[in-house]
Design a protein around this ligand. Sequence first.
Ligand SMILES: Cc1cc2nc3c(=O)[nH]c(=O)nc-3n(C[C@H](O)[C@H](O)[C@H](O)COP(=O)(O)O)c2cc1C
Length: 234
Amino acid sequence: MSKAVAINGSPRKQKGNTAMLLTPLIQGMKDAGYDVELFYARDLKIKSCNCNNMYCWYKKPGICCLKDDMNLLYPRLREAEILILATPVYIPLPGEMQNIINRLCPLIKPLLETRESRTRARFHEDVKIRKILLVSTGGWWEKGNFGTVVRITEELAEDASVEFAGAVIRPHAFLMKKDGKLTKDGQVVIEAARKAGEELAQNGAISQETFEAISRPLISEEELGRIYNDWIKL
Ligand SMILES: Cc1cc2nc3c(=O)[nH]c(=O)nc-3n(C[C@H](O)[C@H](O)[C@H](O)COP(=O)(O)O)c2cc1C
C-alpha cells in the first residue's frame, strides 16, 4: 500500500481550522487506498537543530545527533511517498513546524548540485518521498497572504529535488463554521478537500478546479475587514 505522512503544525491540533481542512483530505486519500499516518507537531518532543557542524551530513550522513521524537518520525518519513505539511499561517510558521522542517536535514544527502544558479541536493536513496504537499489555513482574506508559507514548502521540495504537489489553502478559514457548526460553504470546502485527497492518491495530482474550490472567497474583503474591526473594543 502506498504511504503518506501528514504533519499538522497547528498548536490547536484536532480542534483547529487546519485539521478541519486536513481531515477530509486524508480521508479522500485513504478512500483511494493510501495509508496515511498523521502526526501533530505539538504532541512531539522535538528540539531545535543546534548543530552547526552539519553532523548529519559530514560526520554521520543520515543520522541526527539529537535524540528525541524525530527518531520516531524519521523511519516513517523514509517509507512515505508523499509528505503533507499542514500548518496555519503564523507569519509564517508555528515554531514546532519550523523545527521539524529544519530537522529534515538528515534525510538529505550531502551531495550538492547547482541547478538554475541554485544549490540543490537530493534525499538519500532510502527516502521514498517523491512529492510534498502543503495544506494551510489563514485568517485574512487574500490568498497572497500564504505566499511565504507556499514558498517555504516549494523551496524544501526544490532543495530535495522532489515535486511540489501544490498548496491546498483556505483563507479566512474560520468562516467555514458559524456557532461551532459547519456552514453550507464550509461543507462545500470540506467536500473539495476530500476530493483533493482522492485526486492526489488516484492521479498523483490535484486539479486546478479542486484547488480553486477550496480557496474561493466566502465573503467580500470589505465585509471581512468589518468583522475583524468590529471585534476590537478600543
Ligand atoms: C500568532 C498568529 C499569527 C497569525 N498570522 C496570520 C497571518 O499572518 N495571516 C493569516 O491569514 N492568518 C494569521 N493567523 C490566523 C491563523 O492562521 C488562522 O486562524 C488559522 O486558520 C488557524 O489555524 P488553526 O486553527 O489550525 O491553528 C495568525 C494566528 C496566530 C495565532
